[in-house]
Design a protein around this ligand. Structure first.
Ligand code: MLT
Length: 390
């Protein structure tokens, strides 16, 4: 049976390909240190698990969940925004529960993209922005994220005819994979741009809570005009060590939230309510929990950045996210460096070009293993790859 055109053009997901390489190396007996996917190694807190087990025993939760999510969960999201960023949200109209933010990011294109329509996507960027657009028949227009611009897109360089054809624009700060941050001035500019061209701004805020040394990433939704033009995707995954639980949300513009909920109600049947109850326990976590998580990543960041700088890199300290985004040494491409590091050091890093053509020349390290393994990874890189030149 021949595959449909849309899937013929679809590559395997970046991390599915990397998983295959890791499994092959492990099958050969290599003690692989995986700094690839951003999948927190720390466990989900006990109080969240407790809440799940209690909620799983409630027969009311064994039936179909509400399509757009339990009102109590959406209320908990609204409360979280109010407390965190003084953002007022109507839980009934301005929040929709997602099976992880990835799901909503992929489906939003189906709400607004007609064949041939454009979505503006950051490059390098989370692959799902472009894939969702293509599956909906749209055309991703890449906005390069360059070091000289602080890895922010230059909105003034988007051609007028492209901006006019664009229906969606994806932004993501703190940024995966570059770990760059955005200030309020940038968001205001993006909001004005979206308003001018009638574009829905989709802000992916999956990493907004992982920040260091007192830095608090501004909330896109707290800025004037944000709710008129866009929504924010958020996730329990990275902040609460819940990647496996698949629960997140989109919040903001009520018409966009309704459209996303409508498409979802026709495709999926919502998030298991016991998981939503557990996520409510997560959102009510004491601030000390997230502070501790940030301290752990900060310590790991220091080991990696100080370690790479001792090997010849010249990296500034990142302010947020669980990633480090160094350039590859001279003589390597992103792919050849990632391959050499795996083959010679047994260390998995993500090649920068996996996030788009403007990621070429970089690789990404995920800080999702403990300090000893990070030190071991750096030691192995030095011992097996020799001196790095830039
Ligand atoms: C990443 O490592 O970029 C993401 O965690 C991968 C994902 O969410 O699929």
């Amino acid at each position: 049976m021949e595959e449909a055109l849309r899937i013929k053009a679809l590559p395997p997901y970046l991390f599915a390909r990397i998983d295959e390489k890791v499994s092959a190396a492990r099958a050969k007996g290599v003690d692989v240190i995986s700094l690839g996917i951003g999948d927190p190694d720390m466990p989900t807190p006990d109080y969240i698990i407790e809440r799940l087990t209690q909620a799983a025993r409630n027969p009311a939760n064994h039936r179909y969940p509400s399509y757009v999510g339990m009102l109590q969960f959406r209320q908990a999201v609204a409360d979280w925004y109010k407390q965190r960023s003084k953002v007022e949200l109507d839980p009934k109209k301005e929040v929709v529960t997602l099976i992880g933010s990835k799901e909503g990011i992929a489906h939003i294109a189906f709400c607004y993209i007609n064949p041939g329509d454009i979505a503006l996507i950051p490059d390098p960027g989370y692959p799902v922005y472009g894939i969702g657009t293509m599956l909906a028949g749209g055309v991703p227009y890449k906005m390069p994220l360059k070091a000289e611009n602080g890895f922010l897109p230059d909105l003034d360089s988007v051609p007028e005819d492209v901006a006019r054809k664009a229906k969606l624009m994806f932004l993501n700060y703190p940024n995966n994979p570059t770990s760059a941050i955005a200030d309020e001035e940038f968001y205001l500019k993006a909001i004005a741009f979206a308003k001018k061209y009638d574009i829905i701004l989709c802000h992916d805020a999956a990493y907004s809570e992982i920040a260091f040394e007192g830095y608090k990433p501004p909330s896109f939704l707290s800025l004037p005009g944000a709710k008129e033009v866009g929504i924010e995707f958020h996730s329990m995954s990275k902040t609460y060590n819940m990647t496996g639980w698949r629960v997140g949300w989109a919040a903001g513009n009520s018409r966009v939230v309704e459209a996303l909920g409508r498409i979802k109600s026709n495709i999926d049947s919502g998030v298991f309510q016991a998981v939503q109850e557990a996520a409510m326990a997560g959102l009510a976590s004491p601030p000390a929990f997230v502070e501790e998580i940030c301290k752990t990543y900060q310590k790991r960041r220091d080991i990696v950045i100080d370690g790479l700088n001792a090997l010849g890199w010249n990296l500034p300290k990142t302010k947020a996210t669980i990633y480090v985004w160094p350039q590859v040494p001279r003589g390597y491409t992103s792919a050849s460096f990632a391959e050499a590091v795996l083959d010679k050091a047994g260390v998995v890093v993500t090649p920068g070009n996996g996030y788009g053509e403007y990621g070429e020349g970089y690789f990404r390290i995920s800080l999702t293993v403990g300090t000893e393994r990070l030190q071991e990874a750096l030691k192995r890189m030095q011992q097996s790859l020799g001196k790095f030149e830039f």
